[in-house]
Design a protein around this ligand. Sequence first.
Ligand code: MSP
Length: 526
Amino acid sequence: MSAQNFYITTAISYVNGLPHLGHAYEAILTDVMARFQRLDGQNVMFLTGTDEHGEKVHKTAEKNGMSAQEFADLNAAGFQKMAGTLNISNDDFIRTTEPRHYEAARAIWQKLQDKGDIYLDKYEGWYSVREEGYFTEDELTKDPETGHMMTPNGTEAEWVEEPSYFFKLSEYTDKLLAFYDDHPEFIQPVARRNEIISFVKGGLRDLSVSRDKKRLSWGIPVPGDDDHVMYVWLDALTNYITAAGYPDVDCERFQSFWPADYHVIGKDIIRFHAVYWPAFLMSAGIDLPRTIFAHGFINVQGVKMSKSLGNVLSPDGLVETYGLDAIRYLLMREIPHGQDGNFSHDHAVQRINADLANGLGNLSQRTLSMIYKNCDAILPSGEGMNNEDKALLNKVYSDLQGPMREHFRAFEFHKGLEVIMSASRMADAYIDANAPWKLKKDDPERMKVVLYTLAEIIRCLAISMLPVTPEAAGKILDQLDIKSDERYLVHVGTDHALKAGVPIEKPEGVFPRIVEKEEERQKAAS
Ligand code: MSP
C-alpha cells in the first residue's frame, strides 16, 4: 500500500494566557493521531499554533501593561515550549501574526468579496469578548446578581454598535445542510453533528466579519479599507490553509495536504468550525476539510478549571509529577471518544501504576531481565514453540492489527489502549502459567522458547504504544535492538518476528512506579 497524505491540526490557542491542562490534552490527543498515522505508514503533516489577534488578547495585554505584540510574543513562546515539553511531533507551528498568514487571510477575504458575499453595514448586537463570538438575544440569559447578559457557555456578552462588513452566511444555510447530509463523517462525534444540524436548520443570519478600527486595531487590516480589521475568527480559521501554502493553491504542499483530514478542536468552538469555516471555504471555492473532530472538556476533581478557583493545572507541573509518557497515557486512556473527562490525582496514580508500572513495564522488565541473566544476554530462539505459544502470538498480532488499529483510526484511543493492555495481561498470565524461573532448572530449552515468545509480544506491544508513550516504548525497542525502520505497524506480525542471537543490553525499567508519601498524597487529594 502506498503512503497517503494525511493533514491534521489542533485549534490554535489564544495567547491571552499560558497553556493549561485543556490545551495539553488537545495537543496530546492530536499528536497521538499524527504519530499513529505515521506508524501506519502515512505521510503526515501536523499543524498547531497560536491565535494572536482580537479583542480578548488586546484587552489582556493592556491589563498587563504590554503592547499586544509583546504580550503575544511572550505567550506564544509559552505554547511553543509546551509543544516541546509534551513531545508533540508537529511539523509546523503557525502564529497568526506572521506575514505568511496576513497574506493568506487577506487573500481569502478578497475571494469572498469577489464572490459578492461581503457587504458593508452596521452591527448592532451582542458580543462575547471571552468567546470572540456574536450572540442573539434569545441565546442569552440575564445573570440575576450582576444583571449581565450571559452566553450559554457562561461568558459575559456586551452590546456593540459599529460599522461592520458582513458575510452572507444566510445564503449558505441550505448548502451547509446538504453538505452535512452528503458527508455524515464531517462532524464527529455524532452528538455534535446533531447539535450543529439543528442550529443550522434554525436558519443562519449574516455574520459580522470585521471590527471598526477605532474600537479595535489589533487585527489584520481589511483589504481596501483601512478603517476595519478582520474579525478574529475569519482570520484564525484561515490558519489551516495558510500552513498548507495558501494563497498558492498550486504549490506542492497545498496539492498534497489540502483538504485537511482532521481539525481537532474542543466542543466549545464547534460552531465556528462546522458552520462558519465551511461556508467561508464554499464561498472562496476551496475544498472543505474531511472531518471536524470535537473533543470534550477536562475538569479537575470534578470541577471546571478556572483561575478564580485556583485549580488550573499546568502542563509543566503535570509532567513533573507523573512523568511525560505517563501523563500522555493517562489522558488518552481515561477520556473516552469525544466525552468530557475528569482529572483526579488519586485516580491518575492508580491508573499509571496499574497499567504502566505493574503492567506493561513490569512485563517487559521481568522478561528482559530473565533473558539477560539466564540466556547470557542473548535473545534465545523461538524454535520448538508449541500450539499454545503460537496461538498466543497470533492472538496478539491479530488484536493489534485488527481492533487496536481500527480504534486508533477512529480516535478511540481509550479502547485501542485497552486492547494493548489486555494483550499485556494475557502475556502476564502466560508467564505465571509457564513459570520460566522454574524451567531454568527443569527444562532450559522450554524456558528459552517461553522467553522468546514473551519478548516477541513485548516487541509488538511496544510498537503499538509508540504513538502514546513514544519515549518509553522507544526504549523498550532499543533494548530489543529494533532499528527505526522496523518500528511501524506493518512490522507487527510473524514476518518481522525477532531474530534469535541478538545481544540485549542490561534492561532498565521504562515506566517508573509513582510512590507517594502519605502526607503528599493527602495534600494532592485535598
Ligand atoms: N483561538 C481559539 C481557537 C481558534 S481555531 C481556528 C480558541 N482558543 S483557546 O485557547 O481558547 O482554546 C484552544 C483549544 O483548547 C480549543 O480547542 C479549546 O476547546 C481547548 N480547550 C480549552 N480548555 C479546555 C479544557 N478545559 N478541556 C479540553 N479542551 C479545552 O478557542
